[in-house]
Design a binder for this molecule. Structure first.
Ligand SMILES: Nc1ncnc2c1ncn2[C@@H]1O[C@H](COP(=O)(O)OP(=O)(O)O)[C@@H](O)[C@H]1O
Ligand SMILES: CC(C)(COP(=O)(O)O)[C@@H](O)C(=O)NCCC(=O)O
Ligand SMILES: [K+]
Length: 279
């Protein structure tokens, strides 16, 4: 079995993948914290022959995790943000400083779609761009939905946006604090994504497919007008591409990859941008 770990600022996600069949056998998440308890938090390591890790938690947490895993698992692969990998050139002035989850998303997105806009809606919302030739332009970071809400300190932090609520209802002015806040942060997130996408496609003269991942991807997806696909396993896709272990992975297959969304034409993106700025 292969254990894939995606350690974020809020949640540490894991999944177990069968090395023979490439099937995902189980998955879960625990709050990111200082210490792991294999068996209780994550599956028993007895069945695991390789671990692949993407972590943006404090270096000490990663070190602890790796030390613990190395005692029991033969192969431990830790992803790093590199100047270049798999045809993608990292756009950061200091490539190692790009969040490795963003780098994994950029690699996965490029492998799946060629040039792309990779959006990760987690603790932070990150919006990264890779051009069709593999040039990563860099990206944008804004606070995620939960962080935005907590920063307001209005006592609404425990009332999350109902993922089932209609996108249209979320666009109405709120008439209670909780609705005003939820609708406000939702609008902040989706309008930023829509606008940033249009601006960068306009600047670069290319319409890119958009891919969405992260804990809030589904709810954010409802408000994003740009054609896009939700890919919950996008960071894992970057791990698969970086450290291919199974037969399918060596052939370039990433588990759970969606169909590549067909972007609208550049003319349409530009018309939308011009319209939104004229109003
Ligand atoms: N069941 C859930 N538990 C915790 N957070 C959730 C849940 N469902 C959605 N979320 C949202 O997802 C975010 C965490 O998403 P995730 O992509 O795992 O973030 P990170 O990678 O930063 O840890 C939370 O900040 C919250 O807004
Ligand atoms: C921007 C992030 C905090 C997002 O992390 P997440 O929301 O997925 O937990 C993470 O990618 C990170 O720590 N990046 C380093 C700074 C940078 O990418 O510029
Ligand atoms: K994120």
């Amino acid at each position: 079995m292969i254990l894939d770990l995606d350690i974020g600022n809020t949640l540490s996600k894991w999944r177990l993948k069968d090395a023979e069949s490439s099937e995902i056998r189980s998955r879960g998440a625990v709050w990111t914290r200082e210490e792991w308890r294999p068996g209780a938090d994550i599956p028993d390591l007895d069945v695991v022959e390789a671990v692949r890790i993407s972590s943006v938690a404090r270096a000490a947490v990663l070190d602890e995790t790796v030390t613990l895993l190395r005692r029991q698992v033969r192969h431990v692969f830790v992803a790093r943000s590199l100047p270049e990998a798999l045809g993608v050139v990292n756009g950061y002035e200091e490539p190692g400083r790009l969040g490795v989850d963003r780098w994994m998303g950029a690699l996965a997105g490029y492998q799946l779609a060629g040039g792309c806009c990779a959006v990760d809606c987690g603790s932070a919302i990150t919006i990264d761009f890779v051009l069709p030739g593999g040039v990563h332009l860099g990206g944008f970071i804004i606070p995620g939905l939960r962080l935005m809400k907590e920063s307001l300190k209005l006592g609404t932090r425990n009332v999350a946006i109902d993922p089932e609520s209609e996108a249209d209802a979320l666009l109405e002015p709120g008439r209670r604090t909780v609705d005003a806040v939820n609708h406000g942060i939702y609008m902040a997130a989706v309008s930023a994504i829509n606008r940033i996408y249009s601006e960068v496609c306009d600047q670069q003269g290319v319409a890119l497919p958009m891919l969405l991942t992260g804990g809030d991807a589904r709810v954010v997806s409802r408000g994003v007008q740009v054609p896009h696909a939700v890919w919950p396993d996008m960071v894992y896709g970057g791990l698969e591409a970086s450290f291919p272990l199974t037969f399918a992975e060596r052939a370039g297959k990433m588990s759970g990859a969606p169909r590549v969304p067909e972007p609208v034409s550049l003319e349409k993106i530009r018309a939308g941008l011009a319209f939104s700025m004229l109003l």
